[in-house]
Ligand binder design. Structure first.
Ligand SMILES: Nc1ncnc2c1ncn2[C@@H]1O[C@H](COP(=O)(O)OP(=O)(O)O)[C@@H](O)[C@H]1O
Ligand SMILES: [Mg+2]
Length: 196
């Protein structure tokens, strides 16, 4: 059965495309993977001819066709706004990932996305992932309290702020950075576990 992972957040610059790319890349070592780019301005679709380990499919309107695609895992990257398609994409997803930075304003910015997911009854299939976390920092109490209110699962793995992630899309991943690859492996494991 195809597993569909939607990566979404109404804000830009939180790491949606970076995470989608790296997770797809990592899982493609052992599975047939596609990444669907719903953000044609972003845009991972431009890497279509460079990436060989998984398929990149540019798509804007044909949401219904996603379920008919024949892959083990389909990652869907979304634009930085609440698009018309988002409700339908949320319904289609087996897992929704929301990357966020670890600031209080960043957290407040998730609310619109969370509300939409709640309306679609998918909050129990949703995981917030902290991204671009500075070295040697832990989440502050205000962040933890703010999150508790959303009642949503948080990934144990925090993705650090690392140059290798910035470059990953160009060089095909983070393999040469052990620290980054370890984080990515841990997040991949969590993701697979929550898909069971
Ligand atoms: N963990 C990370 N460490 C360092 N830079 C990151 C990380 N994640 C994303 N970035 C960088 O942050 C910027 C925004 O990321 P991007 O994936 O384009 O966000 P979005 O798709 O949400 O707009 C990009 O320049 C990207 O390379
Ligand atoms: Mg993007």
């Amino acid at each position: 059965m195809t597993k569909i992972i939607l990566i979404t957040h109404q804000k830009g610059g939180v790491g949606k495309s970076t995470l989608a790319f790296n997770l797809a890349q990592n899982i493609s070592a052992s599975a047939k993977v596609a990444m669907i780019d719903m953000d044609l301005q972003g845009s991972l679709a431009q890497l279509k001819n460079v990436v060989t380990s998984f398929d990149i499919i540019p798509l804007q309107n044909e949401v219904d066709s996603i379920q008919k695609l024949n892959y083990d895992f389909i990652f869907i990257d979304t634009p930085p706004y609440l698009s018309n398609h988002l409700s339908k994409l949320i319904q289609t997803a087996d897992l929704v990932l929301i990357p966020t930075k670890a600031g209080i304003l960043d957290l407040l910015a998730i609310k619109g996305t969370i509300d939409l997911i709640e309306n679609e009854g998918k909050i129990n299939k949703t995981m917030v992932v902290f991204n671009m976390v500075k070295a040697n920092t832990t989440l502050t109490l205000d962040i933890l309290i703010g999150l508790a209110e959303y009642n949503v699962k948080i990934a144990e793995t925090h993705i650090s702020d690392l140059v290798s992630f910035t470059r990953s899309v160009l060089v095909g991943g983070v393999r040469t950075d052990k620290n980054a690859q370890k984080k990515l492996d841990n997040l991949t494991k969590e993701l697979l576990k929550s898909l069971i």
